[in-house]
Design a protein around this ligand. Structure first.
Ligand SMILES: Nc1ncnc2c1ncn2[C@@H]1O[C@H](COP(=O)(O)OP(=O)(O)OP(=O)(O)O)[C@@H](O)[C@H]1O
Length: 944
């Protein structure tokens, strides 16, 4: 254990008196009213949960609804609008309060409607995030009613008996009842980086947090060993709770994209307010404003312009789109924990994947056993122990008659079944396995070779050295039936095991493992690996009967080598396609595995990750490289074998130093640092430990590599969709600004002034109309674009650079040009229908303005089609997005209503249009589409 002075003293919560760390564990359990052997009953646990509340860290109360409502009005532009409404009401009052203050009422209604929409969007995003959170919730194993059950950690209560194992996250503060070689990683709490050894004995005197060896704390993780502990504190009463209270660390996450959008909105807001002021001054001068009522009209126009031209809805729509996209990923088994990772996924340039279980099925079958006397082949696949042992291909095949070979093979498979923690059971004719698939393979194989199961029957396990990915070995101390000497049986990676062997089993005797025999053993391993077999060696030695279970590692030497098995682990069928798709998308795939280099290369080349003659680099080779060497190696090599978890971290660092955005998978406890460092740490949902799931940014529900590639595609689609609605919203807003600005500046030229039939102030569009446009065209289609199906083939282009801006120069050019075309089309339409305009005779100002207003709305709806791609024609897969068409349809219906329904005519200052007006409006509006098609055509031609 580290010395206490190395750490910064953590904030301590007074433990419930009396302090459980200085009391006997049995007494603590008794005080908490629990029997350590059976745990709480379900009913009692439920009662305590209801009383104490969930085991969660929440330092801030939830935001009440009224605050959320008020927040909707906190937007300065909305406030501006409300002030304008108030002024217009005052003027209306001062001037004698004739009739209804139509403008004020309509604008106020629109503001309220906007706030409601904002609230709905926000709650949609929030519930999506909450749904995700529940999918990635931490779990704990506890005893309830005498049974081991897995519960959500949030449901832990005081008195619960925690069952702790390697890789578990400790769910609550608890006093240890038992501990076997238990080491806990407490750095999150104490800053101590080494895992701390724990013990269930009583602490002699009160000690600082980091030295309380008999306690485990919420937020820490089991690095090794097993234990049980009784929960003494949950939720905010835990040590983590104390820290959470201090830090108030429930800050809401803002993604870089959201930050950029917020920034754009702000800049745009300021610019537009500037423009609005200019427009107001101009309108006042041009129209020679005299009365307060005229002044209000101008004021409302300016303010509405400002409000309409700024895409205030943008941040809200963005979070909805991200949340919805992330939910779509989750439906396909890729659970992203933070919205931000959905963005990052789209720019992943390297996917570094484990082999076993992710690229392969993790369904292990032993097919070959090679010993000193020859080779045995086992038939059958999967976990059904149907199959038989025949002489292997190296022996020419045929029935297994060689006695020495049979005896050796029985010892290999028998040894592998003893150094084993898996279980093979049969119920209702169905065979099921539990535990490590590699170990299960031995149990299945033992049934196929006659005599093996009987040979190991009655052996008792006396101790164990567990398997770790660093050691690549596992041993069991066994006591044979009768008085036979005890033995240590070891199995593991042959290249690690063989150097520990001094003898080799031949028939009934052990003979010295001379150079020739050693070379033959190694050659067998190489040969099997070259055939894509996962290889595992088995060895043993006799040990004295009184050997204790502690410190068994020292006996893992001077072993007698029995032989090696070749295990097939078939590649997942969908992986080769996913690899090809990822490569097409400019993403490099790397395999990082604990397996043998030859096996790894063979499987990697079968899956299309590398060429058959590619080189694999081992963990040992990586350890010898400096930073520059590592970067050089990671540039050229895609298969890493016999790696230890720390090698994964080296690889991530080297790739990131080269500017890569790295997605990396992991399942073991020791993978956590690499997963944390990777841009997208990917944890295995089925085989992964709680700790890896906590450090990961994405959890794979099906442990499948193909799911990562699918998630990358989804990430790219989300990003594309965000670009779509940005392009749409910004160009639409630009269209509004151009219309009003040029309409006021060129009022004389357009004939607007001359047409002022009764109106003192002549503006191209009314304030209420501008707000209507904002409402009709903004949210609906923008939201629909957020869930649009893929328009361009997102996997046909290289990954987006991590620093690439979402609104780049090309987007701005598009936005400005389309806005300009939109404005011109609108003003031209007004001009056509004004008296003295292009059409002989002309209509009155209200009709002309209504036609212009309609043109602008329709132009924006046409622009929906443009915005689906920056380069691809709008006619490509035009009808793919049904939500888009629904939004467009709704927009048209609403526009017809606002033009034709009498009471809306009053509210929005419109007049009914005839067919000619509609035809002109549609024609004019469509120029936006033709213009953009032309632009895309030119772009594509240049590109070619
Ligand atoms: N339960 C086990 N007991 C003994 N040795 C094992 C056991 N499991 C695996 N090994 C040996 O250790 C090696 C490394 O295994 P490890 O689990 O670290 O990686 P892996 O599963 O092959 O690959 P990946 O990192 O892609 O999941 C294996 O090739 C095998 O030889």
């Amino acid at each position: 254990m580290a010395t206490p002075q190395q750490r910064t003293p953590p904030p301590s919560v007074p433990l419930p008196a009396p302090d459980p760390s200085v009391r006997d564990a049995a007494d603590v359990a008794a005080d908490l009213g629990v029997d350590p052997a059976t745990g709480l009953t379900d009913a009692e646990a439920a009662r305590r949960l209801a009383h104490d509340g969930p085991n969660e860290l929440r330092s801030r109360p939830p935001v009440p609804v009224w605050r959320k409502v008020l927040d909707q009005f906190r937007d300065p532009l909305v406030a501006l609008l409300l002030v304008a409404v108030a002024i217009s009401l005052v003027v209306w009052w001062v001037e004698g309060a004739h009739g209804l203050p139509v403008d004020a009422v309509v604008i106020a209604a629109i503001v309220v409607l906007n706030a409601v929409l904002g609230l709905v969007q926000e709650s949609k995003a929030e519930s999506a995030v909450a749904a995700l959170r529940s999918m990635t919730e931490a779990m704990s194993t506890v005893l309830r009613d005498g049974r081991r059950v897995t519960v959500r950690s949030a449901e832990l209560v005081r008195g619960d008996v925690l069952v702790l194992g390697e890789g578990d996250a400790v769910g609550a503060d608890a006093r240890l009842l038992t501990a076997t070689a238990l080491r806990v990683q407490e750095s999150s709490l104490t800053g101590e980086s080494e895992a701390v050894l724990k013990d269930a004995a009583v602490l002699p005197a009160p000690a600082p947090l980091g030295d309380r060896f008999d306690m485990v704390y919420k937020g820490t993780a089991v690095a090794q060993g097993v234990g049980r502990a009784v929960v003494v504190a949950t939720g905010m009463d835990t040590q983590m709770g104390a820290i959470a209270r201090l830090l108030d660390s429930t800050e809401e996450e803002v993604t870089p994209l959201q930050r950029e959008i917020a920034h754009v909105s702000k800049v745009l807001g300021l610019t537009v307010i500037g423009i609005a002021v200019v427009v107001m001054v101009l309108a006042a001068v041009v129209n020679d404003v005299r009365t307060p009522a005229d002044l209000v009209t101008v004021l409302l126009l300016g303010v509405s312009l400002a409000v309409a031209a700024v895409p205030e809805g943008l941040p809200a729509i963005l979070s909805v789109v991200l949340a919805v996209g992330v939910q779509a990923m989750a439906r396909r088994s890729a659970v992203v924990k933070k919205l931000h990772s959905a963005e990052t996924l789209g720019s992943a340039s390297v996917i570094a994947s484990d082999k076993t279980g992710t690229l392969t099925k993790n369904e292990m079958t032993i097919q070959r056993v090679v010993t000193a006397s020859g080779e045995v082949t086992l038939t059958g696949v999967g976990y059904r122990p149907d199959g038989e042992a025949v002489a292997g291909p190296a022996d020419g095949g045929g029935p297994l008659t060689d006695e020495a070979l049979t005896r050796e093979a029985v010892m290999v498979l028998g040894g592998g079944s003893l150094a084993n923690d898996a279980q093979l059971t049969r119920a209702d004719g169905e065979w099921t396995v539990q535990g490590d698939p590699t170990e299960a393979a031995f149990l299945v194989a033992a049934h196929k070779l006659a005599g093996t199961v009987d040979r190991v029957a009655g052996f008792e396990r006396r101790g164990e050295v567990p398997f770790t990915s660093e050691r690549k070995l596992m041993s069991a101390l066994v006591d044979p039936p009768g008085d036979g000497a005890w033995a240590l049986v070891t199995k593991g990676a042959p290249d690690v095991l063989l150097p520990r062997c001094t003898d080799v089993q031949v028939g009934d005797t052990a003979v010295p493992l001379d150079d020739e025999l050693r070379a033959a053993a190694l050659a067998a391993v190489e040969r099997l690996s070259g055939q894509a077999y996962r290889t595992l060696g088995v060895a043993y030695r006799r040990v004295p009967e009184d050997t204790g279970p502690e410190g068994l590692e020292v006996h893992e030497s001077d072993l007698v080598y029995l032989g090696v098995v070749g295990i097939i682990d078939p590649p997942r069928p969908e992986v080769a396609t996913a690899v090809a798709e990822a490569r097409r998308a400019g993403i490099r795939i790397m395999m990082i595995t604990g397996d043998h280099p030859v096996t790894a290369t063979r499987i990697a080349s079968d899956l299309g990750i590398v060429e058959p003659d590619a080189r694999a680099v081992t963990g040992t080779e990586l350890d010898e490289l400096d930073a520059a060497g590592l970067r050089e190696t990671t540039r050229g090599v895609s298969v890493y074998a016999r790696v230890a978890p720390q090698n994964k971290l080296q690889i991530v660092d080297a790739l990131q130093a080269d500017g890569h955005v790295v997605a990396m998978t992991g399942d073991g406890v020791n993978d956590a640092p690499a997963l944390k460092t990777a841009d997208i740490g990917v944890a295995m949902g089925i085989t992964g430990t709680e700790v890896t799931k906590e450090s990961a940014k994405m959890i794979l529900g099906d442990d499948n590599f193909a799911t990562i590639v699918a998630a990358v595609r989804q990430g790219r689609i989300i990003f594309d969709n965000i670009k779509k609605f940005l392009r749409y919203l910004l160009s639409s807003n630009m269209g509004e600004v151009c219309t009003v600005l040029f309409g006021v500046v060129f009022a004389g030229v357009l004939g607007l002034e001359g047409a002022a039939g009764g109106e003192a102030v002549v503006v191209p569009l009314l304030a209420t109309q501008i707000l209507w446009i904002n409402l009709v065209t903004d949210s609906g289609p923008a939201l629909a674009m957020g869930v649009d199906p893929e328009t361009d083939d997102v996997m046909a282009r290289p990954p987006r650079g991590p620093h690439e801006r979402i609104i780049d120069a090309r987007m701005w050019t598009g936005v400005l040009s389309i806005g300009l075309v939109m404005g011109l089309a609108t003003l031209l339409t007004i001009d056509i229908f004004l008296p003295g305009g292009l059409v002989e005779g002309g209509d009155d100002l209200t009709v002309a303005r209504t036609a212009g207003f309609t043109t602008l709305v329709l132009a924006q709806l046409f622009n929906v089609l443009n915005s689906r791609s920056e380069t691809t024609s709008a006619f490509h897969r035009m009808f793919a997005g049904r939500w888009l068409w629904a939004a467009i349809g709704l927009g048209v219906v609403l526009q017809v209503a606002v033009v034709e329904v009498p009471f809306l005519q009053v509210a929005f200052g419109t007049a009914g249009l005839d067919l000619a007006h509609w035809a002109v409006a549609v024609g004019m509006a469509s120029t936006v589409l033709w213009f953009d098609e032309l632009r895309k055509l030119v772009w594509r031609a240049r590109e070619r």
